[in-house]
Ligand binder design. Sequence first.
Ligand code: CU
Length: 239
Amino acid sequence: MPKARKHLLILAVLVLVATAALAYLFLQFSFLPIPASSQASTIDKLFSAMFAIAGFFLALCLIAMLYAAIAFRRRRGDASDGPPIQGNVALETAWILIPLAIVIGLGVVGGLALEKISAAPEESELEVKVTALQWAWLFEYPEWGVRSGELRLPVDRPVLFRLTSRDNDVVHSFWVPEFRVKQDAVPGRETALRVTPNAVGDYQLLCAELCGLGHAYMRASARVVPEADFMAWIESLKQ
Ligand SMILES: [Cu+2]
């Protein structure tokens, strides 16, 4: 076997082993909080695909660099220069076209995922108006004409958030990590976000847009509760 081919073969095996090891590590640790909405699985699949691709390229770059440093190191007494190499059209074309195809592919897959998670559901949606301000969140449930500083949602019912930011305020961003989805709240404009919470639990709504000194404290409780508890809560707000 020619020497160059032998090096490439060893490198390919090492890269595959390292990719598998990185994939195994990724599966062992969950970087994401628990998924608590029906939109979460679509997003999590995208995360996994991107981690897999990034894992392969991380392995490719690191292993190739380490392998070259060891296999092609200068031997004792060798004072000769390396061979002069001036470009490699095939290699350069490959490293332009392959990443380009991956980025365009991820863009298309991401666009399809966005279309899927923001599609209007067939069931009637619970409408919640959200107003963001420096530095608090206000929630309004127009169906019952009640307001609250805490977000509560019934489990398994699609929710349509209508978001805005108070006049003359700044841009904020509505984000409950367990729901995965995120949307800006902009003064003078209404934005929409669809979420179907599917796991009962106590979560936190965070502002995901640096919005001033109190940004880090701009949180609100986001509780997903059984339908009956939700209705009881709404009744308690009416009084
Ligand atoms: Cu904010």
